[in-house]
Design a protein around this ligand. Structure first.
Ligand code: NAP
Length: 206
């Protein structure tokens, strides 16, 4: 399965790309600049391409641009993505004196991406920090995933299962994305308070 990582030159995209490649996926790192994509991709031993070219060949598109650019980027790639399933990992955060807060937007980034695409959008992996994903061993964390399209969600749950030492947890419909994205703010605050690199594990499920 070929996975395009749009904005894959960032710390999250590269850590995810490296882990997906190690799990046997065919990964293409995307960038607004084809040369930057090629250079970053070479560093982890995978292919690189301009974002639109990466999307055209993909079986799954991961939108991993900086969070504030995710919706506009998805809109701009609409023709290249067509009906290919999309995974949104974006969480918009606001940094203030009292700590980190979730976005004040009324809807999740993932829901806004769904509004501009014909493809099914899945949201997930928000709680996996690039730093934890990029270690030698897969992180001992669960990966939380939500979405409305069962087939697309199954693809993402399978890849999530293969990049963590924890479980891939189906968190229900795309409406859950608001909570999953907001959880990122909680984790950043925990990290600051405890000088940690926290992740999430869900208890009470088999
Ligand atoms: N960092 C983490 O630990 C973490 C964990 C979970 C989820 N996430 C999510 O993963 C995503 C990427 O995180 P990151 O820390 O890797 O972000 P980042 O380094 O800030 O940005 C990733 C890439 O986005 C592209 N980009 C920047 N501005 C853009 C714009 N205006 N339009 C289109 N593309 C633009 C850049 O690629 P090019 O310049 O090469 O195009 C950049 O390398 C975010 O949505 C974040 O919420 C991050």
């Amino acid at each position: 399965m070929r996975i395009a990582i749009v904005g894959g030159t960032g710390s999250f995209g590269l850590a995810l790309g490296q882990r997906l490649a190690a799990a046997g996926y065919d990964v293409v790192i995307g960038s607004r600049d084809a040369d930057r994509a090629a250079e970053a991709a070479a560093g982890i031993g995978v292919a690189g391409a301009a974002n639109a070219d990466a999307c055209r060949e993909a079986d799954l598109v991961v939108l991993a641009t900086k969070a504030e650019a995710a919706v506009d980027t998805a809109h701009g790639l609409r023709e290249a993505i067509r009906t290919t399933p999309v995974l949104s990992v974006a969480a918009e955060l606001t940094f203030g004196p009292s700590g980190v807060l979730p976005t004040a937007e009324a809807t999740s980034v993932a829901a806004r991406i769904q509004d501009v695409l014909d493809a099914p959008v899945i949201a997930g992996l928000h709680s996996l920090a690039a730093r934890n994903l990029g270690r030698d061993e897969p992180p001992e964390e669960d990966a939380l995933v939500c979405g409305d399209d069962a087939e697309a969600k199954a693809i993402v749950l399978e890849l999530a299962e293969r990049i963590t030492a924890g479980r891939a947890v189906d968190c229900g419909p795309l409406g859950s994305a608001r909570a999953l994205e907001g959880l990122t703010a909680v984790i950043v605050n925990v990290n600051k308070r405890y000088k940690a690199h926290a992740g999430v594990r869900i208890s009470g499920i088999p």
